[in-house]
Structures are given as structure tokens and as C-alpha cells.
Design a protein around this ligand. Structure first.
Ligand SMILES: NC(=O)c1ccc[n+]([C@@H]2O[C@H](COP(=O)([O-])OP(=O)(O)OC[C@H]3O[C@@H](n4cnc5c(N)ncnc54)[C@H](OP(=O)(O)O)[C@@H]3O)[C@@H](O)[C@H]2O)c1
Length: 346
């Protein structure tokens, strides 16, 4: 490969799923003002990555074709652009790229200094790369929308976390338990022990009648629901909420938006809160440090080299990541940046 070229995967139009990802050689990007060039060691995929490809966020995303997807990255700074003060060559970092430009499924990517944080040696690249979209969403939902104080202060809140085995849910359970909370969680039968091990106080199998009804086994009413699953109507939540309970919906569809508007207009005490994650550097830094201190874990579903990234793409699209790719018990589609691995250039 020529010195200024890198391996990447890109697609050139909407749709097509994993088969539409093409292996290409493209120029290594150049960091502009306030940007750093990162040699990637690991990246993590999220549902939003395939939703962009499917055209679910058009006409906003992607910014243009061809598009190199994925935004959650970890690696080593190899070049800094003008005006960068926080980083120098050789620094290990975690960053979130812009969804508009993407760039993660590649050997190198350019990240904004303002969304890049230092990665201590105790935090592996894979653990760090899992944090941006999933970790920041869980953090924002809990601290901003649900009012949980992660230092453990404040009065106890009863929380429900749906899809607690997923990328956002696994972080939400662990972060919630740093606060003064009682956590009820939902997941599939195969993941119940795993979700309990994250700290959930009680776990419901979403395919049982009580699980589908979201009923707390201990009879609690929820002060807040961190709703990471989809397709559950307001009528199912409503009887399980405390007097001022709210549902924080991280995938609000048209009916959720209608409920949001109706609850506002009627001054209902029970509310639906649609959430769009706004990434903040200080919050990413906070999460990286929790991982360093052993207070937060990134649970990885499976690892793929860049040369087989299509497999990870198909898995994240399927929405039921399982542990069949490794001897470890994995719960999240995740891909190692394989530049250090010879298979990447095969
Ligand atoms: N608003 C934002 O800014 C924002 C940010 C991040 C993510 N999101 C959205 O949030 C959603 C969750 O993201 P994610 O990364 O956590 O997804 P994910 O990792 O793909 O979630 C998959 C997990 O959800 C479980 N699951 C599926 N349906 C369920 C149900 N009805 N009840 C309980 N568990 C269920 C699956 O278990 P089984 O395999 O057993 O079914 C699987 O373990 C996605 O729609 C994503 O696009 C929004």
C-alpha cells in the first residue's frame, strides 16, 4: 500500500446492508485546525451506523457519498492540526467522530480535539471505543433527564431500564447503580444473569407476560424509565409509573413524539421525554476515568478485524448480538481496528 493510502470500508449509496460495504484504499485524512489524526486501534459500532446507511436519517445523514461509517474510536495520535493544545504525537485517546462525515471504519481517522479525550494505560482501546455513543447516551439519560446523581447523593429513585443487555443499557445499569437507585431491568432470558451481574436489583425477561407488562417483581412504581428498547406503547408504561414518573425514550418514533406533545399540552404529571444525545468532552472524560477506576466496564459482544468488518455490520443490524464469536460472554457488537493485525491487509 502506498505510504499516504489507508485501508477503509465505505458505501456509495443508501441501503444494501453489510454487502454494500466495500473495501477500498483511500488517502489518509489530514487534520485541520483543532483536529487530530488518530491511528485507530479499535472502533465500536452502534445501531445509528446502520440506520444512516438505511437512509433513516436522510437527508441529514450521511453528509455525502462515498461514506466511511462509524464514529466511536480509540487509538494513538500520530499528527495534530494547527491550534491543538491538548494532544501530541503518541498520545493514546478515545474520540467520537462526527456522524456527518463518519470515518471510523478505517486505519486512520481525523477527530476534533473538542471530542477527544486521553486514554490512560488501564483502559484498553476496545474498552474506550465502546464509550462514546452508548456510554454518553446512558450518562445523559440518567443525569440530565432522570436526575440521578452519580455520586450517590439525592433521594432514592426507582428506575426501569429496558434492553439492559444492549450497548446503552449495559452502561445505564452500571452508571445507575453508582447513584442512589433501585434498578429494574428488562432483557431476554439468556441475558438475565449477565444483567444481574452488572448490578440490576431485579431483572425481567421481556418475553414473559410480567416482563412484557414491565411489572416490577417487588411492586415498585418507576420514577424514571431509561427506555433503550423499541415498540413499547405508552399504555404499557403508564400504570407502572410513579405520580411524576417519566419515560426517557432514546428512540422516539412518531407515536412517542405525539405522546410527548399530548403530555405537555395537558400538563400531565407523567411525562415522555425524547432524548437526542449531545456529546460532551467532559462527560466522555468522566466515563473513561470510571473505566480506569474499575467502576464501569465495557462489555464487548464480539471482535472482528477490519478485514471482516462486514460480519460486525451484519451483527449490529440484527439487533440480537450474542456471544458466538468468542469464548468470552459478549454482549455488544464491537470491532477491533485491525491495523496491528496482519489479517487487516489481506
Ligand atoms: N437518542 C440517541 O441519541 C441514541 C443514542 C444511542 C442509541 N440510540 C438508540 O437506542 C436504541 C438502543 O441502542 P443500543 O446500542 O443499546 O442497541 P443494541 O446494543 O443493538 O441492543 C440490542 C439488545 O437489546 C435487547 N432487546 C431488544 N428488544 C428488547 C426488548 N423489547 N426488551 C428488552 N431487551 C430487548 C436485545 O436482546 P435480545 O437479543 O435478547 O432480543 C439485545 O441484547 C437503538 O434504537 C439506538 O438507535 C439512540
Amino acid at each position: 500500500m502506498a505510504e499516504n493510502l489507508m485501508h477503509a470500508l465505505q458505501y456509495t449509496s443508501y441501503g444494501g446492508g453489510a454487502a454494500a460495504l466495500k473495501h477500498v484504499e483511500v488517502p489518509i485524512p489530514t487534520p485541520n485546525k483543532g483536529e487530530v489524526l488518530i491511528k485507530l486501534e479499535a472502533i465500536s459500532l452502534n445501531p445509528v451506523d446502520w440506520k444512516i446507511q438505511k437512509g433513516m436519517l436522510r437527508p441529514l445523514l450521511p453528509g455525502k457519498f462515498p461514506y466511511i461509517p462509524a464514529t466511536d474510536v480509540a487509538g494513538e495520535v500520530v499528527k495534530v492540526g494547527p491550534g491543538v493544545t491538548d494532544f501530541k504525537d503518541g498520545d493514546k485517546v478515545v474520540g467520537q467522530l462526527n456522524h456527518f462525515t463518519g470515518g471510523g471504519l478505517a486505519e486512520f481517522a481525523v477527530a476534533k480535539e473538542s471530542l477527544t479525550v486521553a486514554r490512560p494505560s488501564e483502559v484498553s482501546a476496545a474498552e474506550g471505543a465502546g464509550l462514546p455513543v452508548a456510554g454518553l447516551t446512558a450518562h445523559q439519560a440518567l443525569t440530565q433527564s432522570a436526575g440521578v446523581k452519580l455520586d450517590g447523593s439525592g433521594q432514592q429513585l426507582n428506575l426501569l431500564i429496558t434492553a439492559a443487555s444492549g450497548g446503552v443499557g449495559q452502561y445505564a445499569v452500571q452508571l445507575a447503580k453508582l447513584g442512589n437507585t433501585h434498578v429494574t431491568a428488562t432483557c431476554g432470558a439468556r441475558n438475565m444473569d449477565f444483567v444481574k451481574s452488572l448490578g440490576a436489583d431485579e431483572v425481567l425477561d421481556y418475553k414473559t407476560p410480567d416482563g412484557a407488562a414491565l411489572k416490577s417483581p417487588s411492586g415498585r412504581k418507576y420514577d424514571a424509565v431509561i427506555h433503550c428498547a423499541t415498540g413499547i406503547p405508552w399504555s404499557t408504561f403508564e400504570p407502572n409509573l410513579s405520580a411524576k414518573g417519566k419515560v426517557i425514550d432514546i428512540t422516539p418514533g412518531p407515536s412517542a413524539l405525539l405522546t410527548f406533545a399530548m403530555k405537555k399540552l395537558t400538563f400531565s404529571k407523567k411525562q415522555l421525554v425524547p432524548l437526542l444525545m449531545i456529546p460532551k468532552k467532559e462527560n466522555l472524560d468522566y466515563l473513561v476515568n470510571l473505566v480506569k477506576e474499575g467502576k464501569l466496564k465495557t462489555i464487548i459482544d464480539s471482535k472482528y478485524p477490519l478485514s471482516r468488518a462486514e460480519g460486525a455490520w451484519a451483527k449490529i443490524m440484527d439487533g440480537h448480538a450474542t456471544g458466538d464469536w468468542s469464548c468470552e460472554r459478549f454482549h455488544r457488537a464491537h470491532m477491533t481496528g485491525a491495523m496491528a493485525c496482519p489479517i487487516a491487509r489481506a
